[in-house]
Ligand binder design. Structure first.
Ligand code: AMP
Ligand code: GLY
Length: 425
C-alpha cells in the first residue's frame, strides 16, 4: 500500500513509525518530512500548503492513503480536494476544520450547542474591542480568531496591556488576516488538560489520555510553546473525569456537528479547563497534538492503517482500538531560544545511540522533528529538534529518556528537566 504523510514534525515521525508497524506492507512518502523521516520514508519536496502539488503527486504516484498531520493543509481544504479527486485521505474537511482555524466559529458553535466555554465577545475593530476591555475585570484573554501557530493567545492583566495587545493585532497587523477578528474572553483559573478522540462522523473512540507540557520552563513557567514534552497516561485524569468530558464536551460536539450538517472525520482534540468541577472548552484542534501523539502512538497495539481506513470507510465502531498498559514519556529537545528566536544548522551527534532500542524493560524511540540530513549527517533545522520517547512500567523510563537526551549532542540544545515528574507519583 502506498501511503503519503503530510507534515514535518515529531508527530509525523511517530505516525510513520506506527504505519511501519502495520501488518500491511507499505511504501511510505512524507511531504516535506525531516532528516529522520528520510530514513524511514521517501521525502517529497512539496510544501504542506501546496494543495494542488500534493493532489498531483498523489494522483501521479497512485497513493492509496494520505494522512494529514498539521492544521494548515486541513484548513486549506486538502481533504475536500483529495476526495474530489477520488483519493483516500485521513482528516476533517475544510468546513469541519473551522473548529480550529476560526476561534470565532468554534466559540459560536460551542454556544449554539450549550457546551461550556468562557464567556466571550468577538470584535472586528480596535475601537469596539478597546471600549469593551475598559469595562471588563482583568485578567482576561485576548485571542486572534485565525491560525497563528500557537502564538495568537494573550492573557492580559490590565486595561493598558489589553489595549497594547489589541493595537498590535488590529493596527499593527501582527497576525495578518488571522487577526481580522479577535475574541475577548473571561479568564478561567483551573486545571488544564488536552483530550483527543477519533471519529468517523458516526461513532467515536477516545485515545488514551496524555499530558502536554506547554510552557518553555520547568515548573510550567515562561512562554507557551507547541509543547516541550508529553506523558501518557495523564496522571491527573481519572475515569470519571474522562466520562465527564465525553458526556459534556465530546458527545454534544459531535452531535452538534451532525445536526449542523458538518461531516467530521478524524481526530478531535479538545483543550479543556476544569474549574469548579465543570469542564470548559478552551479550544479545539482538528488533528493529532504534537508531542502528545508521540507518547500515545508508541503505546498503540492495534493497526494504525486499519484505524485510518475504518474512519474513512465509516466503520470505526467495528475497529478495536487498543493500547498497551505501559506508561510513556516524550521529551522534546529544542533549540535554545525557541519559541522565539533561535539558530539552526548545528550538527547533531547521536554517538552510537540507535533510533530504536530496548533496554532494561524500556522501549526507546528517537523521533526527528526539526532536523535535516545532508551527506549522511544530521543538522538542527527548527525550534523543536528531536523527541526522545520511552515506554515501560517503571520510573526507569523517565531516567532513560533523560540519559538519552544527555547523550545526544548539538549546540544550543535545550530541554525541560521536569517532564514526567508526576507520572509515577
Ligand atoms: P488556546 O490556543 O485557545 O488553547 O490557548 C492557549 C493557552 O492559553 C491555553 O492552553 C491556556 O493555557 C490559555 N488559555 C486560553 N484561553 C484561556 C482562558 N479562557 N482562561 C485561561 N487560560 C486560557
Ligand atoms: N501540543 C499542542 C498542540 O499540538 O496543539
Amino acid at each position: 500500500m502506498k501511503i503519503l504523510i503530510i507534515g514535518s514534525g515529531g508527530r509525523e515521525s511517530a505516525i510513520i513509525h506506527a504505519v511501519r508497524n502495520s501488518r500491511i506492507d507499505t511504501e511510505v512518502y512524507c511531504a516535506p518530512g525531516n532528516g529522520g523521516t528520510l530514513d524511514n520514508a521517501e521525502n517529497i519536496t512539496i510544501k504542506q500548503d501546496d494543495i494542488s502539488g500534493l493532489v498531483n503527486f498523489a494522483k501521479n504516484n497512485k497513493i492509496d492513503l494520505t494522512i494529514v498531520g498539521p492544521e494548515i493543509p486541513l484548513s486549506l481544504g486538502i481533504v475536500d480536494e483529495f476526495t474530489a479527486n477520488g483519493l483516500k485521505i485521513f482528516g476533517p474537511n475544510k468546513k469541519a476544520s473551522l473548529l480550529e482555524s476560526s476561534k470565532e466559529y468554534a466559540k459560536d458553535f460551542l454556544k449554539r450547542n450549550s457546551i461550556k466555554t468562557a464567556d466571550y465577545r468577538s470584535f472586528t475593530n480596535f475601537t469596539g474591542a478597546s471600549n469593551f476591555v475598559l469595562k471588563k475585570p482583568h485578567p482576561l484573554v485576548i485571542k486572534a480568531s485565525g491560525l497563528a501557530a500557537g502564538k495568537g493567545v494573550f492573557i492580559s492583566n490590565s486595561v493598558e496591556d489589553s489595549k497594547i495587545i489589541l493595537d498590535s493585532i488590529f493596527n499593527k497587523n501582527i497576525f495578518g488576516e488571522s487577526g481580522g477578528t479577535v475574541i475577548v474572553e473571561d479568564y478561567l483559573d483551573g486545571f488544564e488538560l488536552s483530550y483527543m478522540v477519533i471519529t468517523d462522523g458516526i461513532s467515536y473512540k477516545p485515545l488514551i489520555t496524555s499530558m502536554d507540557y506547554k510552557k518553555i520552563l520547568d515548573g510550567d513557567n515562561g512562554e507557551n510553546t507547541g509543547g516541550m514534552g508529553a506523558v501518557s497516561p495523564n496522571p491527573f485524569v481519572s475515569r470519571d473525569l474522562e466520562d465527564k468530558i465525553n458526556k459534556t464536551i465530546i458527545e454534544p460536539a459531535l452531535e452538534g456537528l451532525k445536526k449542523e450538517g458538518v461531516d467530521y472525520k478524524g481526530v478531535l482534540y479538545a483543550g479543556v479547563m476544569i474549574k469548579g468541577g465543570d469542564a470548559y472548552v478552551l479550544e479545539f484542534n482538528v488533528r493529532f497534538g504534537d508531542p502528545e501523539t508521540q507518547a500515545i502512538l508508541i503505546r498503540l497495539k492495534s493497526d494504525i492503517i486499519d484505524l485510518f481506513l475504518s474512519v474513512i470507510n465509516e466503520n470505526l465502531k467495528d475497529y478495536t482500538l487498543e493500547f498497551d498498559d505501559n506508561k510513556s514519556i516524550c521529551l522534546v529537545l529544542s533549540s535554545l531560544g525557541y519559541p522565539k528566536y533561535y539558530k539552526t544548522g548545528y550538527e547533531i551527534s547521536f554517538g552510537n545511540l540507535p533510533n530504536l532500542c530496548r533496554d532494561n524493560g524500556a522501549d526507546c524511540y528517537i523521533f526527528h522533528a526539526g532536523t535535516k540530513k545532508i551527506n549522511g549527517k544530521y543538522y538542527t533545522d527548527g525550534g523543536r529538534v528531536l523527541n526522545v520517547c520511552v515506554k515501560g512500567k517503571t520510573q526507569g523510563i523517565v531516567d532513560k529518556a533523560y540519559e538519552i537526551a544527555k547523550n545526544i549532542k548539538f549546540e544550543n540544545k535545550y530541554y525541560r528537566n521536569d517532564i514526567g515528574k508526576s507520572l509515577f507519583k
